[in-house]
Design a binder for this molecule. Structure first.
Ligand code: PBG
Length: 336
């Protein structure tokens, strides 16, 4: 008894001692993050000379294929080297046919960025149909419902067109079963065996995607995404989907959203033998921005704390709209 009592006093004193000085606090940090682990999402809209603020995502700019190099350049100067590209086309149709157009908006952006930056910028492309379909769903609609299997060849074709335009990695986000296998087969059959797939394996039907849908013009015109995105009451389902995507050939697993899914990130990172990426989505960003603009919270501190929490849960990679600001915080030493 007496020993235990002394022991607990000692532990308390020791943790206090280790917090006594800023240099020491930094020395004993358990979580460390690096700019290398950050991915910055960028929206590219079809057209020319576009450089527009996104009202739903304050502080972010939407570009066109001819101006996007500016956004890349700024991020590179801030120390961010990896990007996740989303396309917003002019024309949408039932089949989202501009998604796999060799001269589509993302394909044009890829070619322009690669021409200018070569391997200085690592380009990842989101593979989905919702930005390209007139109905705003991530798959083809047959008889009022999403047709999973009919969507797969289109997603594979889209991934292929991204790879041949210079994408370094593809990130399928449509949540159709069998997507990873379909894309892997298509890439392997061409000259793209070395292009990795970062799969949105555990993607919840989350209300936190709202601001993104405005930025990408991709809100569903009828119904919702509950038939293909996951119910946020479930966690075993997430782990099952992750297992299946790994079997199909995924190289990196995404969990999305991030803060509402710290438990899923933690379980995933412990169970899988591949890198875990967390996507801190548009609503998470907008929430901090809006609360800070109202004077309710400190934007910089909540950004730092939220990012570190995701890494502390076990994520290896963070996809975040705060990437540039976080890179600055990392350089200053305010986060690991
Ligand atoms: C495309 C896609 C979405 C997001 C990433 N890829 C929208 C959605 O599923 O509705 C959301 C990202 C964010 O909110 O930041 N399917």
């Amino acid at each position: 008894m007496r020993f235990l009592y002394l022991h607990s006093i000692n532990m308390k004193t020791r943790t206090r001692r280790l917090r006594g000085n800023e240099t020491l606090r930094r020395m004993v940090r358990e979580t460390r993050i690096s700019c290398d682990a950050l991915i910055y999402p960028l929206f590219v809209r079809e057209g020319k000379g576009i450089e527009e603020e996104l009202p739903s995502l304050p502080g972010l700019t939407r570009y066109s294929p001819d101006t996007v190099a500016k956004g890349i350049d700024e991020a590179l100067s801030a120390g961010v080297r990896s990007f996740l590209l989303f396309g917003v086309p002019k024309a949408k149709d039932e089949n989202g046919s501009s998604a796999c157009d060799e001269d589509g908006v993302v394909q044009q952006a890829l070619k322009n960025i690669k021409k200018r930056f070569a391997d200085d910028a690592y380009l990842i492309t989101d593979v989905c149909l919702c930005e390209y379909t007139s109905h705003g769903h991530c798959g083809l609609i047959r008889d009022g419902k999403v047709d999973n299997d009919a969507t797969l060849p289109l997603l594979a074709q889209t991934a292929l067109s991204h790879a041949s335009s210079g994408s370094d990695m593809v990130a399928p986000s449509a949540m159709m079963d069998g997507t990873v296998a379909a894309i892997r087969n298509a890439l392997d059959a061409e000259r793209f065996k070395d292009i990795p797939i970062m799969s949105y394996a555990a993607k919840y039907d989350s209300a936190f995607y709202g601001p993104f849908r405005e930025a990408a013009g991709s809100a569903p015109q009828f119904g919702d995404r509950k038939s293909y995105q996951m119910d946020w009451h479930n966690s075993k389902e997430a782990l099952k989907r992750i297992e299946i995507d790994i079997e199909e050939g995924a190289d990196i697993i995404i969990v999305k959203p991030a803060l509402p899914c710290l438990d899923i990130i933690s379980q995933t990172a412990r169970q899988i033998k591949l890198p875990t990426a967390a996507y801190s989505v548009s609503g998470e960003y907008a929430m901090i921005k809006a609360a800070a603009a109202s004077g309710f919270i400190d934007e910089y501190k909540t950004m730092c704390e939220s990012a570190v929490a995701v890494f502390r849960a076990g994520a290896d990679i963070l996809i975040t709209y705060f990437a540039k600001d976080l890179a600055a915080a990392i350089r200053k030493g305010d986060v690991g």
